[in-house]
Ligand binder design. Sequence first.
Ligand code: PD2
Ligand code: ZN
Length: 282
Amino acid sequence: MAKIMQISDELKDWIVSTLKNDVSPIAIANALIKKGFDNRFAYETLFKIVGNEAIKTTDGEQVRYNNEVPGIGRKGNTLYTSDSEIKVLSKNEKPFVLHLDNVLSHQECDEIIGLSKSRLEPSRVVDTASGEERAATGRTSKGMAFHIRENELVARIERRISELTGFPTENGEGLQVLNYGIGEEYKSHFDFFPPNMADVKKGGQRVGTFLIYLNDVAAGGETVFPKAGLSIVPKKGTGIYFHYANEDGQFDRLSVHCSLPVTVGEKWVATKWIRQNKINHE
Ligand code: PD2
Ligand code: ZN
């Protein structure tokens, strides 16, 4: 089969953000080759991007993301679940970010922190070359993930997220807890995978992220969407849901985001990444 010798704007953006997370250019080039790109084209493209040279993309003129408001954004200013009433604090349209009050009670936040503390390890990102997880310096926090419905509290939180977003709990990856100390951050990235690189056996692409702040941070630690000029200050129990996929199979590059370094205190968050389809959670 003919090797691929062109690259889309979307893939180029994804490569740029992945490089910021210190995944090696060679690993990314190898991943492209595995997906059918021409060897020389893949390496040259990576070196050009690293060297900040202009890259010709297939898009020429940028294909605009066709914005769609997900179900959770069309329910009014108070959201009801079987066990809670949650106020919408603010909405950002592009990218779609919904800021929510009291997603978890303070007691639920403390319990999740308590259950995760002894299981924290240096955070990992997925290495696009091998598909394996590895430690990454772009993400300096510590983290852990619960199994789906691992205990009564996790199951309750997962049910709440499912009722709010409309996605079955099975579409969600295990609830992840991150702990950032002073100076720790999560550099700019997309939560979705590069085009055609999502594992269909693991539910396919990510379509949205539910992030819950588990404590108040004394200073720093904001979640920032730089292309929207949006900065969310962590507040215990509040959360954000951001959605970056549409029915046309496009992914919203305005959803690039980061967690700024904590400057005083520490930061705890719980993240649920939601896939297109159900994940086989065995
Ligand atoms: O901790 C955060 O604020 C944060 C920022 C960006 C978490 C994630 N991304 C994530 O878990 O994907
Ligand atoms: Zn993220």
